[in-house]
Write a protein that binds this ligand. Structure first.
Ligand code: T3D
Length: 262
């Protein structure tokens, strides 16, 4: 069992809750290690077909726990590159390469690396009271955890630059309007919306979802021709899946499909 996170698995949905609410679920090394362990568990469990990443209490995640950064004597340089190599980079890659959908359920403020970890999720649903802040420049850093990769793609270079330089709080509603996230929902509807999207994805064609993630995330790096080839190869593979057979059979019979994720 974990100390800084919770992992609850029910009906194909794994919910990973960052659980250091007194520090707005900011990351220390132990929490990083627990999250990495939980992601491996979720990846390897065939019965788990969707991951929900969320935070306990009033925040989603405030990025790096800065109290772990204040202890070094002020004249001791600190190698932050190591922390990124060991923890933040692998975490972003693990979320993106998980062969099942990841819902970022942004219950409250998402700051620093916490904001970019939310953006690494495949479908981001935020409560109306939540917000996103690229807080880094306030402490003399730059966005990491792929913020400089995600932001220009999602909102364009002008807004990406403003967010990174000015480090203003972007309310969830505006994040939705700008195309940074999938949806902003009223706080009162947040839990039910996340649950219903999670259930939908958990009863969907998991193999197709994995190929969709891979294709959409590769598109930026590929030529048109390479992307068409990737779609062909993946579609060919999906053509052999039980879920495709079931999907077509259900369509022809005018009934709801019963996907097994196989
Ligand atoms: O170092 C490396 O490994 C490199 C990688 C860096 C990645 C990063 O994420 S760097 C950026 C780190 N994060 C931040 O700079 C955000 C810091 N937090 C804030 O700016 C604000 O807390 C928020 C805007 C997120 C929320 O503001 P507010 O007013 O709603 O809450 P608050 O009162 O500031 O925070 C509540 C408590 O959480 C408070 O503790 P207290 O006073 O009640 O005992 C606050 O100190 C604590 N807290 C919030 N964020 C962090 C934190 N404690 C440690 N580290 C935090 N990041």
């Amino acid at each position: 069992s974990y100390r800084h996170i919770r992992l609850d698995v029910e009906a194909g949905v794994a919910t990973l809750t960052l659980n250091r609410p007194e520090r707005l679920n900011s990351f220390n090394v132990e929490m990083h290690e627990e999250v990495a362990d939980a992601l491996a568990v979720v990846r390897d469990d065939d019965a788990t077909r969707v991951l929900v990443l969320t935070g306990a209490g009033r925040g989603f995640c405030a990025g790096q726990d800065l109290s772990d950064r204040a202890v070094a004597p002020s004249d001791t340089p600190r190698d932050l590159g190591e922390s990124i190599d060991l923890y933040y980079g692998p975490l972003v890659k693990a979320l993106r390469s998980l062969p099942k959908p990841v819902i970022g359920a942004v219950n409250g403020v998402a700051a620093g690396a916490g904001a970019n970890i939310a953006l690494a999720c495949d479908v981001v649903i935020a409560a109306r009271s939540a917000s996103f802040i690229q807080a880094f420049s306030k402490i003399g850093l730059m966005p990491d955890s792929a913020g400089t990769f995600f932001l220009p793609q999602l909102v364009g270079p002008a807004r990406a630059m403003g967010l990174a330089l000015l480090a203003e709080k972007l309310p969830a509603e505006q994040a939705e309007a700008w195309g940074l996230i999938w949806r902003c929902v009223d706080d009162a509807d947040f839990a039910a919306t996340v649950e219903s999207v999670a259930r939908q994805l958990a009863s969907g064609p998991t193999l197709a979802y994995a190929r969709i993630k891979e294709a959409i995330y590769s598109a930026k790096l590929n030529t048109l021709s390479a992307q068409l080839d990737l779609e062909r190869d993946s579609q060919r593979e999906l053509g052999y899946s039980a879920d495709y057979r079931e999907g077509v059979a259900a369509f022809m019979a005018k009934r709801a499909p019963q996907f097994t994720g196989k």
